[in-house]
Design a protein around this ligand. Structure first.
Ligand code: NDP
Length: 327
């Protein structure tokens, strides 16, 4: 059986092209998934544009997310026809990934989709949405409740940010959305943001301890944005840090942590346990309906992925891409 995929090669020079590949070339695994929908995350954009050291095995099928139905399974945990999503685990980095009509994975990797989600919704949310859910679960497990005060979300118009705004707003939190695209304020208010703040308020070096005005934060940017968020969180609050869209550095002091008891909660979606994944997808399905996603999503085909990746890296994208493998 052959299938179409977005193939990244580095010989003789880097290329990203739609190629027809053979099923026999897929990596080992107990579960073969017929992928109907995938997506483009920030990390996918870096890989497809060859703009960062993401790819660790060449040639590589891109795509850290795959959503579809089980085609065949050597595991009793999965039956043909089960709707599943596979996020991370090195797909699209060191292992052939989800921008393809087929993926083969170990039985410990797929998550069964909670109702009412199907593969479209799973791709619309993708690793970005699932990571936002991990961030919100971490803040809520820390004890944050809506009565504690506003929660900041940086990179708010991005994939992680948009879903974090929705998830927090649905739980009754007052969400302060930080964005470089203040013209998209209506979009963010539509997701439930109470306030929209300009990114420039957070990107310059700030004092180690600033006015305490936040219960917590979901930070997708890193660098000064993360440092400033930590400096504005009230005593015993928490910041979930998942991204580095502004920078890998953390130009902060220990002051918020040792003088205000702030917790910095690190979020890694790639190798999260199956139990945490299922909890995150259950949270998404409980708080975000398929209808909610309509306003966030743009659907494209495999051929359009390189151009879309360039837009993501240039910070020109609001919301999420779904890649329809049938297009
Ligand atoms: P997106 O590209 O969808 O969104 C990132 C957002 O950050 C943009 O929409 C923009 O929002 C803002 N932004 C973009 N470029 C810059 C810049 N140079 N300086 C400051 N802000 C910028 O990415 P995702 O939402 O998918 O991912 C966000 C981050 O989270 C990435 O760094 C990604 O690698 C990371 N990530 C980490 C995961 C983990 O497991 N820890 C999993 C998934 C993602 P606006 O215009 O609204 O400010």
């Amino acid at each position: 059986m052959s299938f179409q995929a977005l193939l990244l090669e580095n010989q003789p020079a880097f290329t990203a092209r739609v190629a027809r590949l053979e099923e026999a070339a897929l990596p080992e695994g107990e579960v073969l998934v017929r992928v109907s929908h995938s997506t483009l995350n920030y990390k996918d954009a870096l890989a497809i544009a060859n703009a960062g050291p993401i790819v660790r095995a060449w040639p590589l099928v891109a795509g850290i997310d795959a959503a579809g139905v089980v085609e065949s399974s050597a595991s009793p945990d999965f039956q043909p026809g089960d709707p599943v999503v596979v996020n991370g685990w090195g797909q699209g980095e060191s292992r052939w990934g989800g921008l393809a009509e087929l993926v083969r994975v170990p039985a410990g990797w797929p998550v069964k989709l909670p109702r009412p989600y199907g593969p479209f919704e799973a791709a619309a949310l993708g690793t970005a949405g699932y990571t936002a859910a991990l961030c919100v679960l971490a803040l809520e497990a820390h004890g944050l409740t809506p009565g504690d005060g506003p929660v900041l979300v940086t990179g708010a118009t991005g994939g992680v940010g948009s879903v974090a705004v929705l998830l927090l707003a649905r739980a009754g939190f007052s969400v302060w959305a930080v964005t470089g695209k203040t013209a998209d304020a209506a979009y963010l208010k539509g997701l439930g943001a109470a306030e929209v703040l300009p990114r420039s308020d957070f990107t310059a070096p700030g004092k180690p301890l600033q006015k305490e005005r936040l219960a917590g934060a979901v930070d997708t940017l890193g660098s000064h944005a993360l440092a400033n968020a930590c400096a504005q969180v009230k005593r015993n609050g928490a910041v979930a840090a998942c991204g580095l869209a502004m920078g890998m550095d953390l130009p902060a002091t220990v002051a918020p942590f040792i003088l205000r008891g702030i917790s910095l909660l690190g979020i890694d979606s790639v190798y999260a346990s199956q139990a945490r994944r299922q909890a995150a997808w259950n949270l998404l399905a409980a708080r975000i309906t398929p209808a909610d996603l309509a306003g966030i999503v743009r659907t494209i085909g495999l051929e359009q992925c390189p151009a879309a990746a360039a837009d993501i890296l240039a910070g020109r994208v609001t919301g999420r891409f779904v890649v329809d493998l049938a297009q």
